[in-house]
Ligand binder design. Sequence first.
Ligand code: GLU
Length: 471
Amino acid sequence: MRTRFAPSPTGFMHIGNLRTAIFEYALAKKYDGKFLLRIEDTDQERKVEGAVEFIYKTLELCGFEIDEGPLNPGAYGPYVQSERLDLYKKYALELVEKGQAYYCFCTEEELEEMRAKANLRKKPFVYDGRCSKLSHEKIAENLKNGVPYVIRQKMPKTGKTLVQDVIYGDIYIDNSILDDQILLKSDGFPTYNFANVIDDHLMAITHVIRGKEYLDQTAKYNLLYEAFGWDKPTYIHVAMVLGEDGTKLSKRNGDASFMDLYEEGYLPEAIVNYLSLLGWSPENNQEVFSMQELIHNFDEKRISKSSSQYDVKKLQWFNHQYIKNMADEEYLTWVKKYFTKETNKDETWLNHLLLIYKNGLNYGQEINTLVEDFLTDRYEISTECQEFLNSDSVIPEVIRTFKQEIINIDWTVENISEAINKVKEKLGVKGKLLFMPIRIATSGIMHGPELADTIYLLGYEKVMEHLNNYD
Ligand code: GLU
């Protein structure tokens, strides 16, 4: 089993691309196979500076162990398509030799004319094959004179070509709709449609997992495999991951990029876990699992035919599970990378503050908004809070009693908890009537982390100052 992730550096890898890589990786590793990385940079015009580094970094952070790739070549290199141009040329010429491809010398103007005609007839443009009829002499003369050329695949005009796919089954494509597609461009670069076949064969790829948008094209690839007399790989086409708004994700627009999520404080393990469940699910319906468990439970036959939609709320739920499960020390080191607020409080205080959010945090950067109330001196009672304070005659009593109970204690979370309990016993109040008056009077807000922790972190002086307003 050999699978490959073959991204094109035409933009910043989005989570849909990463989801494909996860499936390819899980499949290879499940069967003790090899996972390859191949950079498909044949479209030089659309190449985006920095995109390759972005791919390396993403895969590294996600914990992929790449068996062969540009940074750790194996026996099937090079692993970057722009370094394989000689190979593509050699194989394109072999096809010309076999009569399965031909030189095409058509100029841009001629092609434009053909496109315009197709347009008029409201038909998709299909190259009319005129250069396939050129004589040997004419071809030799053009080549001698250095006339620019492309090499085109000669398609059968009748019959059907079978595409077999693990997810979508057997599909027959009418040969008549197949274009004599370009294999080698005039700049000597192959098209993706040619290079993927040559590389998958030469790199001994056994299973190709890729986006469903390539499914129809696969008939052309199959014809190439047949022309060379090569075995085809097993195809597993996967439906799209749509963006939050239900539209196609775009690399060029920087949609849902892994790196953006990482920088916002989403853990790679959580992202991988979440993405693996977009269009796939394990038989046992487990939701939170490690990469090792994913590999163990992966079953390509359970990949769904329909597209799935990215949902950041669901991703946050996964991230939250992983944050909760971190050891305290690990959590503190991690969350401090995202904590950007100024504070003159000591380390112990800060650690305590950060830790009380461990069970509620959705992503790293969120910590800054959550802790805000502890870092400002703002104390304004909103109308909603005031209405609550006026809603029951026992409330002023709760606040006063609480003040008496804490006025002389050693300032610890335990003692504050005990003081709250004493108020409960003395006045016979519980639940909202007990907690809410104390919370509002001490912190000025209705919601926050554990009450005793909140009061402890506000500090004795501030709490007393606030409670004095209720004497
Ligand atoms: N380079 C193609 C892309 O990024 C890969 C398709 C494939 O996996 O064959 O979409």
